[in-house]
Design a protein around this ligand. Structure first.
Ligand code: SAH
Length: 251
């Protein structure tokens, strides 16, 4: 239980970007917050509804500073909402907030952290594409900023070997144009070139688009960082342009 007078922090997953795709719990947490902290792009996505709120942002790649800022505000006794895209606990800020509270010790004593789940890109993107994750699946990020590339390769191989459907996050960035191609080459060691795949760009945002294609076609496709990529398992099929991973029901 929260003791009176202490600030609190809610780490809020805001879903892919549209208000209708936020949970009621997330909206209520933002409504109740004294201050909303987040990366500028996500604060912009919040739109009119929160226009009157105090908003604090730090640029991309300053995640640690952003979390410290949230604690500094909460230490004043304020109610802070820290927003993340999708789910705050899936390549988000949730774990870092607990790590920083541990590091701050007495300075953060009594500051409660609540994590509020959101619709992650694997889920919202799957819905656009059809039903690509309707069996066992893995989620793998191709970002090697915080993870060694060798480990990413190992996980891709293991996922393909296990015949998991895969949702790929961070398939590209300004500096890493060839990561998806490299990932596809690894998957092609085990998976056939005709393997059903797909990708969705700008899920829940203006300009949303999707495409179902083969693994060989995906290998030669350039996607950007606002895209989530889906690799089917050996049973996945493209039906009427949508990517489907069967559950296994007999027709
Ligand atoms: N916490 C977020 C993921 C952050 S990692 C979540 O749960 O969704 C950033 C990656 O997520 C992007 O590179 C992209 O692969 C994916 N992503 C997040 N939002 C997206 C969106 N609206 N459309 C497409 N991909 C998205």
């Amino acid at each position: 239980m929260e003791s009176k007078g202490n600030g609190r922090i809610e780490v809020v997953g805001m879903g892919p970007g549209r208000e209708s795709m936020m949970t009621q719990q997330a909206l209520e947490a933002l409504d109740a917050a004294d201050v909303i902290v987040g990366y500028t792009v996500y604060l912009d996505l919040l739109g009119e509804r929160f226009a009157g709120k105090e908003l604090l942002s730090t640029p991309m790649k300053q995640e640690t500073e952003r979390c410290r800022l949230a604690f500094a505000e909460a230490a004043k006794g304020r109610s802070v909402a820290m927003v993340c895209s999708g789910d705050a606990g899936i390549y988000g800020m949730a774990s870092l907030m607990f790590e920083i509270r541990e590091e701050l010790r007495d300075d953060a004593a009594g500051i409660d952290i609540d994590v509020i789940p959101g619709i992650t890109a694997a889920s919202s993107g799957a819905a656009v594409l059809g039903a690509p994750l309707n069996h066992d699946f893995c989620v793998i990020s191709l970002s090697d900023l915080l993870t060694p590339w060798e480990l990413i390769e190992k996980r891709l191989r293991a996922a393909a070997e296990g015949d998991f459907a895969i949702a790929i996050y961070n398939p590209s960035s300004k500096k890493r144009h060839d990561h998806l191609r490299k990932a596809c080459d690894i998957l092609l060691e085990t998976a056939e070139p005709e393997r059903a795949c797909g990708y969705v760009r700008s899920i829940g945002r203006d300009g949303e688009e999707f495409r179902a294609c083969t693994l060989a076609e995906l290998r030669d496709t350039e996607v950007d960082m606002f895209t989530t990529v889906f690799i089917g398992n050996s049973q996945s099929r493209i039906i009427d342009g949508r990517l489907i991973t069967p559950r296994g029901y007999r027709l």
